[in-house]
Ligand binder design. Structure first.
Ligand SMILES: Nc1ncnc2c1ncn2[C@@H]1O[C@H](COP(=O)(O)OP(=O)(O)OP(=O)(O)O)[C@@H](O)[C@H]1O
Ligand SMILES: [Mg+2]
Length: 341
C-alpha cells in the first residue's frame, strides 16, 4: 500500500497526441511539456538519427543528399514503424528522463477513429518499446472533445471536428461514447499539396512543402474574400532556375477548394447520419472545431454556411487533443471506459 503510493508519487503518467504534423506530450501534474513537429532526420549513409522534432524540421527541403528528413506518419497513421518508434522513444525519454528507478508511465495515446487493427498494434508496440507500462488508445475526437471542455459524459449530443495535418476526424459524442464518426484522410497537409500542384500547373513553378504551408497560412481562405492580398514567392522553374512570382489569396482559395469542400461534405454527411435527438442538441449547441487545419481563415464561416449550424473553436485548437488526454489521465475509470479495444 504505502510502497505503492510512494512509487505512484514518482510516476508521472503521460498523454501523447501522436499527430501527422505535430506531436504533443502532456505530463501528469505538469501540463504540455513538449510540442514538436513529427519529423526525424536520418543520415542515409550510416542510418544514424541526426535530429528529432523542431531541429529535424529545419532540415526539411534543405538537406544534403545523405540526410533524409522523414515524417513517419502520413494521413494520420504510421507509415514508417521503425522511425515512429525512434521518435516516440526520443520524446518519451525527453519527457520522463532516463531514471531506471522511476516506474514506467501509464500512457494514453490519441489515434484517429479510422485506425486499423494493424495500425493499433503498431502504435502500442512503439509506445511499449519506448518505455510505457500500460498503453491505452483513445480516439482523437473524444480526446479533443474532452480537451475542449464538452460534457461528453452527459446524455447530450456534442459534435467535434478535429482537422489536423493528415486526418479530419468528425464525431458525435454522447454518454462517453462516439455515436457517429467520420474519419477522412484529408486535412491541412492536403491543402499544402493542392497549393504545390496548382502553382506547378498554372505557373510552372516548383515549390516545397514548407513554402506551400506558409502560403496557406498567410493567404488561404475557405471562402473567396473580397479584398485581394498578394504575396511574393520563390521557387524553381522547370529548367531548375530560381524564379519569383506573385500569388494572391484568390488563387489559393481556388487551389484548396476541393480539399475544403471534401471536409465540409464530410461534416454534412456525419450530421445526416446523426440520430434526430442528438442532431437537435448539436443545432442548439453548435459544432466545435479543433486541430491546426481548422485555423484556415473562414473555415468556421464556411461550415456554418453549408450546414446552417454555428461553429466555435476549442481554446488553443492545436493542443486540444493533448489537453484532453491530460484530463483523461486523472480518471483511470474514464480511461477504461473510453479507450479502444
Ligand atoms: N493558421 C493556420 N492556418 C491554416 N492551417 C494551419 C494553421 N496553423 C496550422 N495549420 C495546419 O494545421 C496542420 C497541423 O495541425 P495539427 O497539429 O492539429 O495536426 P496533427 O494533429 O499533427 O495531425 P493529425 O491529427 O492529422 O494526425 C498542418 O497542416 C498545418 O499546416
Ligand atoms: Mg491531431
Amino acid at each position: 500500500m504505502v510502497l505503492g503510493r510512494i512509487l505512484r508519487s514518482f510516476s508521472s503518467n503521460i498523454g501523447i497526441d501522436l499527430g501527422t504534423a505535430n506531436t504533443a506530450v502532456f505530463l501528469e501534474g505538469k501540463g504540455i511539456v513538449l510540442y514538436e513537429p513529427s519529423i526525424v532526420a536520418i543520415d542515409t549513409k550510416t542510418g544514424r538519427v541526426l535530429a528529432v522534432g523542431k531541429e529535424a524540421k529545419e532540415m526539411v527541403g534543405k538537406t544534403p543528399e545523405n540526410i533524409q528528413a522523414i515524417r513517419p506518419l502520413r494521413d494520420g497513421v504510421i507509415t514508417d514503424f521503425e522511425v515512429t518508434q525512434v521518435m516516440l522513444t526520443y520524446f518519451i525519454k525527453r519527457v520522463i528522463g532516463h531514471s531506471i528507478l522511476r516506474p514506467k508511465p501509464i500512457t494514453v495515446i490519441g489515434v484517429p477513429t479510422g485506425i486499423t487493427p494493424v495500425e493499433k498494434r503498431a502504435v502500442i508496440d512503439a509506445a511499449k518499446s519506448a518505455g510505457a507500462r500500460e498503453v491505452y488508445l483513445i480516439a482523437e475526437p473524444m480526446a479533443a472533445a474532452i480537451g475542449a471542455g464538452l460534457p461528453v459524459e452527459e446524455p447530450i449530443g456534442n459534435m467535434i471536428v478535429d482537422i489536423g495535418g493528415g486526418t479530419t476526424d468528425i464525431a458525435v459524442i454522447s454518454l462517453a461514447g462516439i455515436v457517429i464518426s467520420n474519419s477522412l484522410r484529408v486535412a491541412g497537409d492536403e491543402m499544402n499539396e493542392a497549393i504545390i500542384q496548382y502553382i506547378k500547373r498554372k505557373m510552372n513553378l516548383l515549390i516545397g512543402e514548407q513554402t506551400a504551408e506558409k502560403i496557406k497560412i498567410e493567404l488561404g481562405s475557405a471562402l473567396m474574400e473580397e479584398e485581394e492580398i498578394e504575396m511574393e514567392i520563390r521557387g524553381r522553374d522547370m529548367t531548375g532556375l530560381p524564379r519569383t512570382i506573385v500569388i494572391t489569396n484568390h488563387m489559393v482559395t481556388e487551389a484548396i477548394e476541393d480539399t475544403v469542400s471534401s471536409i465540409v461534405n464530410a461534416v454534412r454527411t456525419a450530421l445526416e447520419r446523426t440520430p434526430p435527438e442528438l442532431a437537435s442538441d448539436i443545432a442548439d449547441r453548435g459544432i466545435v472545431l479543433a486541430g491546426g487545419g481548422s485555423l484556415l481563415r473562414n473555415l468556421d464561416k464556411r461550415i456554418e454556411m453549408d450546414t446552417g449550424i454555428k461553429c466555435t473553436y476549442a481554446d488553443e485548437p492545436l493542443t486540444a487533443v493533448a489537453r484532453g488526454l491530460g484530463k483523461v489521465l486523472e480518471n483511470i475509470e474514464l480511461i477504461r471506459r473510453i479507450s479502444m479495444e
